[in-house]
Design a protein around this ligand. Sequence first.
Ligand code: SF4
Length: 500
Amino acid sequence: MCGIVGIYSHNQVAPDLYDSMIQLQHRGQDAAGIITCDVQFHVKKGIGLVQDIFEQRHMERLRGPVGIGHTRYPTSGSRTDDEVQPLWTSVPNGIAFAHNGNIVNYREMRREVQENRKRYLNSYSDSEMLMQLFADELHRCIGSEPDRSISDEAFFQGLCDSAEEMFRSVEGAVSAVMIIKDRGLVAIRDPHGIRPLVYGRREVTAEAADHIFASEDAMFYMLGFNRVRDVQPGEIVFVSRDRRVYSRRLRAGRFTPCIFEYVYFARPDAMLNNVNVYRSRLRMGQNLGKLWLRTYPEIKPHVIIPAPATSNTMALSMARELGVNYSEGLYKNPFIGRTFIMPDQAQRRQSVRYKLSPQELEIRNKDVLIVDDSIVRGTTSKEIVHMVREFGARRVYFASACSPVVQPCYYGVDIPTREELIASRMSEAEIREYLGADLLLYQTVEDLVEAVTRKGDHQIDTPCTACLGGTYIHEEDRDPELGLGDPVQTPTSDGTKELP
Ligand code: SF4
């Protein structure tokens, strides 16, 4: 999981990219970078938070109306400076590339890119491999044609052919934005739409508009963009130098966006795949409340306390459903990073007490129901239960708005090996005991999916639940009966009209 953004503006783009990346910081706090383009690429990247990397002098150097940005959450390759995105390559005519997702058949594709296509890879980043694969295909389709001697329509066809080849050979999650030097801005999303990508537009004059593609629409309002729609699964969108928008849906697999975006990752104010994240979290809490009433009809806690802050929304609606008080009895220091994203277990253990302070008046002598968005390794949940007991709770119950996480993620989320996942090693009774809770309740997968898909004018077939024991979509694709199917013949637009 990373944050990506690409903007084609009528002004200098760097300030808008910076502001966008601040709004996407929750999607990755490990590293960040910006590439802009005028007559050449301008690059600034670094390790750490956006606000610590970019200074005024960097922003002044990042010239040009088009640019892309990336906030990194490492999942593939190592964590070196070299692999900080966006990346760029010079062939065929300059491509800058920012990717959110993860490639499952990386080893096989790495061999293909290096040995068959003779492209040098300078890292073990799947994003670099993906960029070189796309660049090589584009080179094959259009040649190394840096000027405007081929039309935008013909160039777009080359982009479509390159993307089609990428979709055909690569397994995994791809949401990406690219600058193609002297041609424009490109956005692309894999045929299952696993990672989000949203498109927005800002009117400049009656005839002219700026365009933005981003992992979430959190920055649209602030920057004056209107949300147009999600980039569809299997779609490529191209904004040319004269700001015409070309789009085509190349493949349509089953639409299976990541359910964890709704559970944990996305900001609550985001609208992803036409489903409002905040409302989906309210519905998760509602469903969890109903399940509590069915499972423990005789037991009513005095207070529901969220493990802040993602679960605040779920805890609030669960409290409404049970008719009990909601209390923010654990104060979260907002200046400390999310533990899920931190690199190692020791750091994580240390950080729970560091970032959470229990409020004794909300806890002492009460039966407390703690609601968390999920239980992954169990270490954070255990410490929270312990802290609440230390502050005088009479009984401590624990509810997870997400179902047990039992399998790793291969699509870009740091859900670790089975051995590290508490629910793959222990039964629910053992987990309850490990946490030190008096009762434990997990949301069911069915209720979780229902909470995400109940409302919204969405086209989701079913969200990805592979880490919750569901099917890995790339394994379905290998099945000739269920697989990805043939390329879509009909483009979503005629390739020349502006998108709605
Ligand atoms: Fe999301 Fe889990 Fe699927 Fe990974 S496996 S994409 S975390 S739902």
